[in-house]
Design a binder for this molecule. Structure first.
Ligand SMILES: [Cu+2]
Length: 206
């Protein structure tokens, strides 16, 4: 058993030395999609976010920008994943005034922020330097809600509507793979990534 494990460690080490990259793929089951309001179209199932934290030190990105729209009195997309250090530009692409604020980042209320209001056509922006889930709200429209998941790694993705995901180009090594889905408990798995693709599925509970 020990020999086998040593062999596995050895092959992982040689793969690292060769600069080999592998991948992780799988599916996140975040539970049933939200119920439709009476007479309304059923909303699409929300997407999950998956990220992998490896052995290499992560340096926050210095200048990477993501856009989050406000249109039809909704944040679009509803779930956005960004790496630590990224700037998010909130674009009011609507015909009415909107606000952008959050009460915490990763549960830390000291990181609460109100960016203020933006008139139609205007933008607000913020650089996220702390990892964690940010629940966005608009103080002018209490029904407006979205999530930014700020991750301390460059290996992250937002799942397909089906829950499928794929992380590619990961240097060989051991990774902590984390899955997040709105309203569910976050889950972490530890996997060894070699030169092939490792399957990691998640079943998230409330
Ligand atoms: Cu609004």
């Amino acid at each position: 058993m020990r020999t086998l494990r040593n062999l596995a460690v050895l092959s992982l080490l040689s793969l690292t030395a060769l600069g080999a990259t592998g991948g992780i793929h799988g599916k996140v089951n975040g539970g049933p999609p939200p119920k439709a309001m009476p007479g309304a179209f059923p909303p699409p199932p929300p997407r999950s976010v998956v990220w992998a934290i490896g052995p290499a030190h992560y340096t926050p990105v210095a200048s990477k920008t993501y856009t989050l729209d406000q249109k039809w009195t909704a944040f679009q997309p509803h779930v956005l994943a960004v790496p630590v250090g990224a700037t998010v530009v909130f674009h009011n692409n609507d015909t009415v005034k909107h606000n952008v604020s959050w009460k915490a980042i990763g549960g830390n209320r000291a990181l609460a922020k109100n960016l203020g209001n933006a008139a139609p056509g205007q933008t607000l922006s913020f650089r996220f330097t702390h990892p964690g889930v940010v629940h966005l709200r608009c103080t002018l429209h209490p029904d407006m809600s979205a999530y930014i998941v700020v991750v301390p790694t460059q290996y992250f993705t937002t799942t397909q509507r089906s829950g499928s995901y794929q992380l590619k180009g990961l240097p060989a090594g051991h990774y902590r793979v984390v899955a997040w889905h709105e309203g569910r408990q976050q889950q972490t798995r530890t996997v060894a990534v070699g030169s092939s693709t490792t399957t990691v599925n998640f079943n998230l509970s409330k």
